[in-house]
Design a protein around this ligand. Sequence first.
Ligand SMILES: [Zn+2]
Length: 374
Amino acid sequence: MAHQVPMLELVDRLAIGNLVRTGGELVGPCPGCGGKDRFSINPAKGVIFCRRCDAKGDQIALVQLVMGMDFPAALDWLVGPRQELTPEQRAAQARKAEEHRRAREADAERRRQDAIALARKIWAAARPADGTLVAAYLERRGIRQRPGVALPRCFRFEPQARLVVPDDQRRGEFVTVHEGPAMLSAILDAKGQLTGVHRTWIDLGRPKGKVVAPHPFKAGEMVPSKKVYGSKKGGAIRIFTPRDAATLVMAEGIETTLSAMVARAIEGAAFWAGVDLGNMAGARLLGKGQKYEGLPDMSDRDAFVPPAWVRRLVFVQDGDSDPRLTRAKLLSGLRRARALRPGLTAAIVHPGEGIDMNDLLMGAPDVTQREGDE
Ligand SMILES: [Zn+2]
């Protein structure tokens, strides 16, 4: 019974403030012990977690934490006494929850708009990519620019970009781990507006051309050499879109998408990078035994959907630690696209288990390409 109350509804009923949506979770101060971002709620899994105090568990644990109740009282609050409320009391409760939901969504939208404004500022300040380290970086990845042909306009160059991580000691502060040249890629939303940028820090002294920076606070860990600013939801990095294209080829990463493009995998196709697998997959149905089924949750309105001109959608699967899960996510995206674009055909291609398309291009052992139609 308690688990039937959706987490988001509960957040509104309890009027928990200051939570920010990041990667499918709500993150913010812990209602029990405060802080800034130590507390998270995963609505899909119906669980809460605090890094600092003992708070973790389900809906009842959340009520216990916020209301300071013991288990029986929290259970009562959640599913019991509601039946004993008068219709007026119940209406007042619903009204309060609705007000909180609106405030939460307005707050999330404000933060999104701020992030988009920052991404546009970064983009506006960057330089054209031709003749810069961006061309050299792509060449290092096996993607050679043809003489006289300009680089795709979705790329720009930044001579000096800061790579930062949150400070371990001072909350809200950041520590610079690297500063140097970067490749910037534009993320356009479904309407073709710039809503985000993707940054890759370049170091041609490294085999893959990317910066390798040890994490200052996590021993043995590296700081990712790429980062997205702004909003990627429903968006893509539109590398190449020929006139009259009817096929869209999409991989998660920029280098993989470019590799498929220079390999001339499909003539006349458009090549876009999906930026992140979650954006390509969208929310999935994750009931018992559904983890690998690849069933899209069609109530998700934020996931990537191909434009109406796309008649055939091809997802490129990368070498990955969990190929079964990756495939399930790609399937979910393809099925969502087919449901929303009647007549669309779709396929997943991958160069082989554990193999990265760009590694192939950079000279890894030759492997036969496989294609499985969905
Ligand atoms: Zn806590």
